[in-house]
Design a protein around this ligand. Structure first.
Ligand code: ZN
Length: 313
């Protein structure tokens, strides 16, 4: 049982988002302490190991995340891929350590469950565990795609318990990246605009979104993307909440914005269509009872934006 660490961000205001509250103390000072890490890994009573295979966590028959408590050493030494990082995720309020590792052969742990895509399995996990497994997924993904030095092209190696890579030739250090994305729902009076992309399932509508560009504030990115995608001029931006989104390693920055007028003009490279929803319709979307459209569930920040606005009126 994870005991919430009060050294961590547990006392911050409520964040409604999945992946949104990392309740371990990341204890970054231990990442460089090989003796401490070794001792923690060898503690066969309380240390937890989260096994992954190719970026997918092990999920038990019950649908819960598999956490190897008291078997950390065994899981890592017997089944772990030793060319992949042994990732230290932090300590809980009992000072118990949490790690994640990549498993060589998924069949070796098949009696415990199966390795599943986090996007599909995530909504079933304990909300306290989800941010931890999401963090591990994002970092494993970064390691997998960054095996060579961006400066000189030589091979790099994981260091500091998975929290950086160091080039084997030029010694340059590379750190896990986070890609900031603005995701926003434009509103005009009592209506909210949602868009849809051609590749989405029939009827799905969601908030607009785009990567923040260098030299841009969050508010400017919201205004630029809203104008580019939907032709709407933003007059006010209200930040709602943020969400680490490990697909692959984004930070979703959610906003509800006001626009000047109904000048919708859809950029067909980005969207297939966009339509206004009244607040009553937004309530139907939240309840999954709209006759023609549906929106992402509360697991996605877009669902939280729509829900929040629907409940305001
Ligand atoms: Zn290099």
């Amino acid at each position: 049982m994870m005991v919430i660490s009060h050294k961590g961000p547990a006392l911050l205001p409520h964040n409604p988002n999945a992946f949104g509250r990392y309740l371990l103390d990341r204890a970054a000072h231990h990442r460089r302490d090989d003796a401490w890490l070794k001792a923690a890994l060898a503690d066969n009573t309380q240390t937890t190991m989260i096994p992954f295979h190719e970026g997918r966590p092990l999920v038990m028959e019950s649908g819960a995340l598999y956490l190897a408590r008291g078997l950390a050493t065994l899981v890592y030494t017997e089944f772990g891929r030793h060319d992949a990082p042994l990732l230290f995720l932090g300590i809980d309020g009992n000072q118990d350590a949490y790690f994640a590792c990549e498993i060589s052969d998924p069949a070796s742990l098949e009696t415990y469950g199966q390795f599943m895509d986090l996007r599909a399995a995530g909504p079933r996990f304990d909300p306290k565990e989800l941010p931890i497994v999401g963090c591990a997924k994002a970092i494993f993904e970064w390691h997998d795609k960054n095996r060579f030095c961006a400066a000189c092209g030589a091979r790099s190696e994981s260091a500091e318990a998975g929290w950086k890579r160091v080039c084997t030739q030029c010694a340059r250090e590379h750190f896990p990246r986070v890609d900031p994305v603005v995701i926003m729902a434009p509103t005009l009076g009592d209506r909210m605009l949602l868009g849809r992309q051609k590749i989405w399932p029939k009827g799905m509508h969601s908030a607009l979104a785009g990567f923040i560009e260098p030299g841009e504030t969050i508010e400017e990115a919201v205004a630029r993307e809203t104008l580019e995608e939907a032709g709407l001029v933003v007059t006010h931006v209200r930040l709602h909440s943020t969400q680490p989104w490990p697909f692959p390693h984004s930070l979703m920055i959610g906003a509800i914005c006001d626009v000047e007028a109904d000048t919708v003009r859809v950029d067909e490279h980005e969207l297939e269509s966009a339509r206004w929803f009244t607040r009553e319709e937004a309530k139907l979307l939240v309840a999954a009872k709209h006759p023609e459209a549906w929106a992402p569930p509360a697991f996605a920040i877009a669902g939280q934006l729509i829900k929040s606005w629907a409940e305001e009126g």
